[in-house]
Ligand binder design. Sequence first.
Ligand code: SF4
Length: 306
Amino acid sequence: MERSPTDYRTGLWVDWCPGCGNYGILAALTQALAELGLDPAKTVIVSGIGCSGKTPHYVRVNGVHTLHGRAIPFATGVKLANPELTVIVEGGDGDLLGIGAGHFVALGRRNVDMTVIMHDNQVYGLTKGQASPTLPYGVQTKGLAKPNIQGMLNPVLLALASGYTFVARALATDVKHLKQLIKQAVKHRGAAFIDVLQPCPTYNNVYTAQFYRKTVYRLDEDPDWDPVVRDPSQEHSKKMAAMAKAHEWEPRIPVGVFYHNPLVPSFEERLQSRLGNYLEEPPARQTIVSGSDGTPVVNTESLRRM
Ligand code: SF4
């Protein structure tokens, strides 16, 4: 069935500030969902808290607006309970890499098949522009009384070190390119991460849309750049090359795919190797029974332990 991006939009009024990069991310996301033809009933968007956390309200698929920093563990539960679902996490840099940093790392180690789209504006926009973990040391945005006293966490480098098997960066204002990357990330079988540089015109007057227009360059325009691991022997060299690229920031910021390794088993495949019928009979297909204290629990007795 052919779908259009508007099929994936709810009628809710979008209340992000004028000029916010979140509009570009929302447009790219709905275009990607439409071009992938994803069934809204089998697609789930999970968000945390922050301006980005409102995304599930605007997209007509299943959506859960969870707690600050907890989108990834919630999404992991959704995916492992029902591996048939396409699961996408939408979160801010403060949400995913501040309070949620431990969960971010754990997802890479597990390689659960889901996509994390990070709205990276370097500030806590919803709470008046405090410095987030991705704002460089010494930079003073307009919400700060003094320059940032903390160091910057590099999200692409952290994702690579944590074990994400698809790692990319995009610019929120380049909707076409971001849409392509979201499609690639969703199709990838494993943990995929996209760091989206997202201008916040209300609180970040340093890393603006104009700044990114001047500094960003596309990795896919370099004919020698090949981030795909095609053989296990390439894993180390490709990851080292991606890590070197991840260190580039001003005056030239790379966007595109840094690393793509389709050879690592997903967490669902690892579970299947221990529970022989996990993929055919996942928890979502099991019966709900009454636990010893009367609370409803999933009966996992029929899962075959290997
Ligand atoms: Fe966007 Fe910043 Fe406004 Fe939040 S505060 S909606 S991130 S412009």
